[in-house]
Design a protein around this ligand. Sequence first.
Ligand SMILES: [Mn+2]
Length: 497
Amino acid sequence: MVLNQLLQYDDIVIQIHDNPDADAVGSGYAIYQFLKEHGKQVRLVYGGRYPISKNNMVMFIRELEIPVEYVTELAKPQLLVTVDCQYGEGNVQTFEAEHIAMIDHHNTGKMSDDMSEIRSHLVSCATICYAMLRDEGYDINANNKVATALYYGLFMDSNQLSEISHPYDKDMIELLQFDRDLINRLKYANLSIVDFETAGFAILSKKYNEQYRYALIKVKECDPNLLGVIGDFALQVDCIDVGVAYCEYPGGYKISVRSCLMEVAANELSSFLTEGIGDGGGHLDKAGGFISQYKFLEKYENMDIEEYFRKRMTEYYEEYEVVRFGEGMKDRENFKKYRKRANMFGFVKTTDLFEAGVECRVRTLEGDVFVTCAEDTYIMIGLEGEVYPIKKDTFEQRYRVSEEAYDKVFDYSPSVIKLGTNTLVKLLPMAKACMSKPGAMIWAKPVDIHTKVFTRWNYETYMNAKPGDMICYSMQDENDVYVVQRSNFAMIYEEVV
Ligand SMILES: [Mn+2]
């Protein structure tokens, strides 16, 4: 769904979930403003048992003059848009409407369609609204209140930005012109005195695992922001390397993961703990996640959530191997010979983006890449949409320019920004096609257990090989070890017999 589809309606109500949090209010308000500015008759409402009372929420709404209304009944509108929630779910009071649309980031199993935009891999609904408004060409910064509202939504749903994971989140942090003073004041009105006590009880009943040095902390139903605070605190303890705090939350469980170990990336552990039943992600040291109640029940039936976490943590620690690039491959059995296939890639000459000498940043799903524009510097777009710079002579050794048009589409389209400015250029429309020449030979085999591979190219963290994924090393340089996902391997490599 795109936002301008909503413009075919005139009488519109935006509904956010009961007990609204900052993300719900901020996201709902941004969509409200978009529709209002298009001349629509629109209201922003929520139902449920209680009106908003939390201090920071009251202040947020008052200071930005957000016209959000608490309602117990609603005259049937032509269009009802649920934001940061999904129509019919337990945390949204049901009101009748002629048409329903949804914008949400919670994972309930529902997929996007004509009238709903569900992106459960994103940390906040504000992120989705930001992306959708940007796609409409809507100038968010023209309205400081909208920019601030979206920023605060992201801020709160990502545990004060510590659990952000997507390029859009980073764009928001850098590009939104928000009210810093208000955000600072809100930041220190984050927890209530009850939250403070809740943290104390949670810490007293923590489960500590001596062997693996992690703490599992069950917190009474609370503001999810408290989880990050508790997780950060736990990591300060000398014998705790990893902290997992979790609580019940409408529709499931929220989790917060903290790690100070290079061998245990918080974002990877979080996605392990939520695998198949939710979503998790974030940074190497701080990450968050959500487990959907119904998916949990479907998969684990009557298992107690605490038991689940203990079992999964044990599985995690007991079942992985580490491979480090400098040490070579110790076990060389069962490796087979492969060669890179000829495939279509995209490339952009950096001087087609900006003049030579300009420094720019390419924002990708894997992280930011910095490039100085020069005649001999190109940007490659890989088979999965990954982006990396390449020198012209290396390019010419490995690829030949193709006459075909480059028309690949990926879930996320990387953008390039000229450093020091707000000038964004979309990379994919600028790309031309090239074909890879038959490549060098490698050894590869599927792994049996979760393997963490520290490659030469990324010192900060490891690549993950799940069972079935291929661990590879170059024939010319056996220290050049890396991982290729099972689903991509056959597309990239062919066996040499
Ligand atoms: Mn949210």
